[in-house]
Design a protein around this ligand. Sequence first.
Ligand code: SF4
Length: 403
Amino acid sequence: MKWKLIYPRWRKLDRQTPFNLPPHGPVVFAAACPEDVSLEFVDANVQDLVCDDRPDLVCLSVMLTAQLPEALRIAAAYRERGVPVLAGGIAVMLHHRELRPYVDSVFIGEAEGRMAAVAEDVRRGALKPVYDYLSSPAEIKLVGTARREILDRRAYTYRNVRMVDLVHASRGCRFNCFPCCTGYLGGRVFRPRPIDRVVEEVASIENDGLFFVDNSLAQDTAWEEDLFRALIPLKKRWVSHPIEENDRVLDLAYQAGCWYVYQAVFDTSQTIRRRIRRYHDHGIKVEATVILGTDEHDVDGIKRLIDFLLEVELDLAEFTILTPFAHSPIRAKLAAEGRILNDRYEDYTCDRVVFRPLRMTPEELREMYDYAWDTFYRHESQELKMGRLFISAFKRQRERVGG
Ligand code: SF4
């Protein structure tokens, strides 16, 4: 049986250096598919997508809301040809009710242990309109090594530098931050993968650069320490979302190859200042992820925030405009206050204002977005800063592997 797995194209964040990382959802999904399914994968962000074939099933893997318009166009093209279309991924989970009329089937939840039944339904021509596993996450020990061999490796380079491979050591997150949908996605319970499975997967990746895409590694101190200890002998270099601010954990993370972390920065507090210093003291670089447009932000406040980011010597920063994604706490609040201005999927790219800010006009917020990028990268472009970061990581990696 032949399935075609497609990762739809979307418009990248305005101002960001344009590179493509190998997508994670499709390779994880592929690992959950039965062996008798022959999978063809197309990442439409880096490969040409031609919709003139007739696979037994088209699977759309949709992570971002902004991918949905393209996903719907692909679904229409295949359904017109009589090919059934199944859609899954985070954005589908968030919008499954609106999407149901446009695809044959929506898959809501985690795929591990469930795709054999779907394959059987496809074989019988009896695909169900909804596979709903949102409230019953897969057993974490069923998560196997992602099937990265379906990727076209050559597509994921930037200026001849190979992009990192994505991997995850856990699912879920015990926090419930205001812009995040993880709570709705069934993720309030932290579910670490067995460390030996993570080690097995990491060891199988021939790329030495990795990105642990776990929501946050700062969930369980003992688990973090065990994970980092287990990673040390593999001599990989990796980036991740936050790590616990604890000297022993940070030291182990560095020894395990932590190269830099993404750290959310909303304000100019001493807590943030101390956290960045601590990462730096442990040899770990920091990329700030900065959401602009919270109810605390006004024009002057954003200017002060950018000055602060420069003062604390962040290595990189990525600015986005607060975006009320479906089922996030911030969406519930803004909707209750009648402040959502726009529901068009294609505008949910985090560089457009789709709600009414409290202390600015939408136009002022958009201007502050440009101001933030321009001011932070005034003396050294994002590309140059990234280049510096890469060089330091390569140097350190040479020493580690050599030693
Ligand atoms: S933003 Fe990160 S830490 Fe916060 S709830 Fe979402 S996944 Fe968890």
